[in-house]
Ligand binder design. Structure first.
Ligand code: PEP
Ligand code: MG
Length: 573
């Protein structure tokens, strides 16, 4: 048996036989045609272009239905390539003048534009080369009569193993048969991870060389909660995992009794559990798991999934969808790009320390055009629900005031344009830079609410890159210094009666939750699938006891000491 560990990208345990997805290299022959065959080859070309176009149109339809229009948008670009005049003209020329056969001519013409795109400085154009490759192979398969791997034809429990999964492939995955997938590359925010969570398929990514370790039909197990995978198990090992999976499924079922309940400790102290979402589609899961609103809508995914800056109208429609889906509050965070989240079409400067550089609110305050478009869309959508707007990566009071001033300008503009906007919009900020946690009391004078972004707060406080494997031992959520920063934020916010939330991963962490209750956190925002379990944990806790536990934790010297302290308390329960 072989064990590997990657990044748990979508929760759940899957057991099934592996199917390795090889992306075949299609080769055409260079046989020349004669003058009389030109018309027939041109006909073949046009028919293949039409057939590929029809296939893509079907893909757009299916994807729109299963995953929503924003996930289908990538195929609109593919459709355009099938009618690209330059590609068609170049191919025709090769057939007519060089006497290439249709397949060889198409391959050469497409490769020319792929090479041009790949040589460009701009990352956006370099990435577009992958789209041309995808379409080139689709047309070639039509010309050469090669059948594509049809993932929709898989009708037995399967774990897909692939270097990466393209959008065309992920849109075909049927959760009834595709029990999970494993990829060499990718992380929690990669396209494949987002799709896996939307589809509810367990996945482990970033396994580096899993495609060379697994063989077709080998039995595999993956745990999307922990990132562990095991390959080629004997029956004993298999049974252990079957029991583990059964327990996980049973646990998920037992949590359903917490649906529709308030979130309260056993001495009636109430808090709120909200969902972190990345697109309006995620509201389905948020509602299924009984989220009490949305504590974080990472709006940057709207920008990352499109080929250009999304217009005010496009954004308005997306925000309206989320706001209309719930009566509860929806916190929409303004664009938080930079660091680990790139926007290729913005061509941002290369920096030595991108996490400390030109990103998020810093970029928005500089590119007011981008910021205003988003704020106007948000304000227009505000009448469809209970909107709260949150600014990311605020470091100084000046920044918050400047962002709020632009918000006020947008408001005035819209009122002048006679556009209806809600008169009850909260405007708050993320606390993810240590300086703002330390000075939370000052920020509380201006911000309507706080949401603690521990994913960044931890990396900045311990100077440990959240993406680096090598320093991951320093990424310590229970470090007493982190607990102190959280306490300062909560106390600072409460001094001005501001609600304090947390939307970093720590809010759904079993060890952290008792401490956060004790420190007085008001709202916990997490991935939807963790909500019911967290509600269950909180229902067993006593607020006064947790306050004492938190006081003890603050006196600890290390992350490990705090972890043991909480684990001991949980065991006693
Ligand atoms: C955070 O930093 O904790 C957070 C929620 O933001 P993101 O993970 O999107 O940086
Ligand atoms: Mg952050």
């Amino acid at each position: 048996m072989l064990k590997m560990k990657g990044i748990g990208a979508s929760n759940g345990i899957a057991l099934a036989k592996a199917l390795i997805l090889k992306h075949e290299i299609i080769k055409t022959n260079t046989k020349k045609i004669n003058e009389k065959e030109i018309t027939a080859e041109l006909k073949k070309l046009y028919a293949a272009l039409d057939a590929a176009g029809d296939e893509i149109k079907q893909l757009i339809k299916n994807t729109t239905k299963t995953l929503g229009p924003e996930k289908a948008a990538v195929f609109d670009a593919h459709l355009l390539i099938t009618t690209d005049p330059v590609l068609i003209e170049d191919t025709e020329k090769l057939i007519k003048e060089e006497k290439c056969n249709a397949a060889n001519a198409l391959e050469n013409a497409a490769n020319k534009s792929i090479a041009t795109l790949q040589a460009m400085d701009d990352k956006y154009f370099r990435e577009r080369a992958a789209d041309v490759i995808d379409v080139r192979d689709r047309i070639l398969r039509k010309l050469l009569n090669i059948k594509a791997i049809d993932l929709t034809a898989i009708k037995a429990a399967t774990i897909i193993v692939s270097h990466d999964l393209t959008p065309s492939e992920t849109s075909q995955l049927n959760p009834e048969f595709i029990k999970g997938f494993l990829c060499d590359v990718g992380g929690r925010t990669s396209h494949a991870a987002i799709m896996a969570r939307s589809l509810g398929i367990p996945a482990v990514l970033g396994l580096k060389n899993v495609t060379s370790k697994v063989k077709n039909n080998q039995f595999c197990v993956l745990d999307g909660n922990t990132g562990e995978i095991e390959i080629d198990l004997n029956s004993n090992e298999k049974n252990k995992w079957i029991a583990k999976q059964k327990a996980w499924v049973e646990e998920q079922k037992s949590l359903l009794v917490f649906k529709g309940k308030l979130t309260k400790t056993n001495d009636n102290h109430e808090v709120k559990l909200e969902a972190n979402i990345g697109s309006p589609k995620d509201m389905i899961k948020a509602i299924e798991y009984d989220a009490q609103g949305v504590g974080l809508f990472r709006s940057e995914f709207l920008y990352m999934e499109s080929n250009d800056l999304p217009s005010e109208d496009i954004q308005f429609e997306e925000y309206k969808k989320v706001l209309s889906a719930t009566k509860d509050k929806v916190v929409i965070r303004t664009l938080d790009i930079g660091g680990d989240k790139e926007l290729s079409y913005l061509d941002l400067p290369k920096e030595m320390n991108p996490f400390l550089g030109y990103r998020a609110i810093r970029l928005c305050l500089d590119r007011k055009d981008i910021f205003k478009t988003q704020l106007r869309a948000l304000l227009r959508a505000s009448v469809f629900g209970k909107l709260a707007i949150m600014f990311p990566m605020i470091a100084t009071v000046e920044e918050f005031k400047a962002a709020k001033a632009i918000y006020e300008i947008c408001k005035k503009e819209l009122i002048k344009e006679k556009v209806k906007i809600s008169d009850d919009i909260q405007v708050g900020m993320m606390i993810e830079i240590p300086a703002t946690a330390v000075n939370a009391e000052t920020f509380a004078k201006y911000a309507d609410f706080f949401s603690i972004g521990t994913n960044d707060l931890i990396q900045y406080s311990l100077a440990a890159d959240r993406m680096s494997e090598k320093v991951s031992y320093l990424y310590q959520p229970y470090h007493p210094a982190i607990l102190r920063l959280i306490k300062m934020t909560i106390d600072g916010g409460h001094k001005y009666h501001r609600p304090v939330a947390m939307c970093g991963e720590m809010a759904g962490d079993k060890i952290a939750v008792p401490l956060l209750v004790g420190l007085g956190l008001d709202e916990f925002s997490m991935s939807a699938s963790s909500i019911l379990e967290t509600r269950k944990i909180i229902s067993t806790l006593n607020k006064n006891e947790m306050e004492r536990l938190a006081t003890q934790a603050l006196q600890c010297e290390t992350n490990e000491e705090v972890k043991l302290l909480v684990a001991k308390m949980l065991k006693q329960k």
